[in-house]
Design a protein around this ligand. Sequence first.
Ligand code: ADP
Ligand code: MG
Length: 238
Amino acid sequence: MSSLSLEHVFKRFGDISVIQDVNLDVAPGEFVVFVGPSGCGKSTLLRMIAGLETVTDGNLRIGGTVMNDVPPAERGIAMVFQSYALYPHMSVYKNMAFALETARMPKAEIETRVRKAAAILQLDHLLQRKPKQLSGGQRQRVAIGRAIVREPQIFLFDEPLSNLDAELRVQMRVEIAKLHAQLGCTMIYVTHDQVEAMTMADKIVVLRAGKVEQIGSPLDLYNNPANQFVAGFIGSPK
Ligand code: ADP
Ligand code: MG
């Protein structure tokens, strides 16, 4: 069964059509990258999957069940944003624990989950620090940690590395790939950076002006771009 599927999904804001007839099947454990120029609808698509935007038309299924009207917290999804949006007055530990405390999880279970996430992300020694006492890469790891502790079936990343410098971006790419291998969960990753897409993806979805231009493996897209747009964005010209 698919981990996630989109069936003829549309999004309109008033008269403006932002997503048009997107169809996609994501297998469990797959690493899928949405790539395309700024404004093409990547974030909107991700936000619909997360439940932060409504689906105007079509079906969104998670684990086979239509989820169009299911609240975000009940979708088994966690999202990592571009701006880290950490709580500045809370420690690293508290930043990771907060959503679980709000959901009234027992303290011992929260501690187990936070310590496990901290170990995976090498944040063990930083749990008592405040966000402003961390480097950019460490802050981004805390943001990922907040997603991990929720033990989601599906992780969504919206351009998580775009605020980092080039060197750190490469390092975090490797870390996210490792995390994917370690957790074995489905990840959907949005970027406008074709190198990121080509190096990280099992499957790439190329978007342009709200429509899917092509879906395929990095090699498919490189060897057989569907059109000039995909060729220009990803591979060599046909
Ligand atoms: P991307 O993430 O690929 O840069 P977005 O999904 O943020 O693109 O935006 C896609 C299009 O939808 C843009 O033209 C944007 O202006 C428009 N859009 C996004 N959110 C809204 C909104 N709440 N109301 C109206 N238009 C929006
Ligand atoms: Mg965006």
